[in-house]
Design a protein around this ligand. Structure first.
Ligand SMILES: [Zn+2]
Length: 207
């Protein structure tokens, strides 16, 4: 009985998902309105950043471009990104710190970043511009902890130790904080990094 009752809503859900996906293919991501207070709000978090003098324009232009050196832990390397993405990241840092202390017993010293801005299409879907094209996404390849340990998404994601638990906890927490989060369980494109973004879609694939 339960199975029969579940079939209908699941069927509807699948159809609704297909309709959403079909619609997405023909729409550009909505550009959020510029927040004139973004830079001041980011500075108020204690984040350190500088102007991005060679920020691109045109199709891969970035709204309020900046180079983020640190938001709590240092970004290594410093990140060419948008103010909106930097502010979203800064908002997540207290959670990141809490998880590192809980799972690994020590805070995060460095975030090993793998880029925010990249003028390209979405991985696995060349018809859509990536959120990276507007620097509204961030890729993370791992973390260096304050005790010197290095935690690597490619190497440690599936481990049963503190490193693996920490990474998977970061993925789950990121899903509550960002719009799309893709980790190694998502697909082969994300075997070595965690993607988070502030785009219009919502998807959590971290386990
Ligand atoms: Zn990405």
């Amino acid at each position: 009985m339960l199975k029969a009752r579940l079939h209908v809503p699941l069927g509807f859900a699948a159809l609704a998902l297909l309709a959403v996906l079909a619609g997405c293919g023909t729409r550009q991501p909505a550009t959020p309105p510029t927040d004139p207070g973004c830079m001041a709000a980011l500075a108020a978090t204690g984040a350190r950043f500088s102007p991005w003098p060679a920020a691109p324009g045109g199709a891969c232009g970035v709204d309020q471009p900046l180079i983020l050196q640190r938001a709590g832990p240092a970004l290594v390397p410093p990140l060419e990104t948008s103010c909106a993405m930097a502010a979203a990241w800064a908002g997540f840092v207290p959670e990141l710190d809490r998880l590192a202390r809980a799972e690994a017993g020590t805070p995060v010293a460095e975030v090993l970043a793998a880029g925010s801005w990249s003028c390209r299409s979405m991985t696995g879907n060349s018809s859509r511009p990536s959120l990276h094209a507007s620097a509204r996404a961030l890729d993370l390849r791992g973390f260096k902890l304050a005790d010197g340990r290095r935690i690597d998404v490619a190497r440690d994601w599936n481990r049963r130790d503190a490193a693996g638990r920490f990474l998977r906890a970061v993925g789950k927490a990121a899903c509550r904080h960002f719009r799309v989060v893709l980790g190694p369980p998502a697909d082969r494109f994300h075997h070595d990094h965690l993607h988070v973004d502030i785009g219009p879609w919502r998807l959590c694939q971290v386990g």
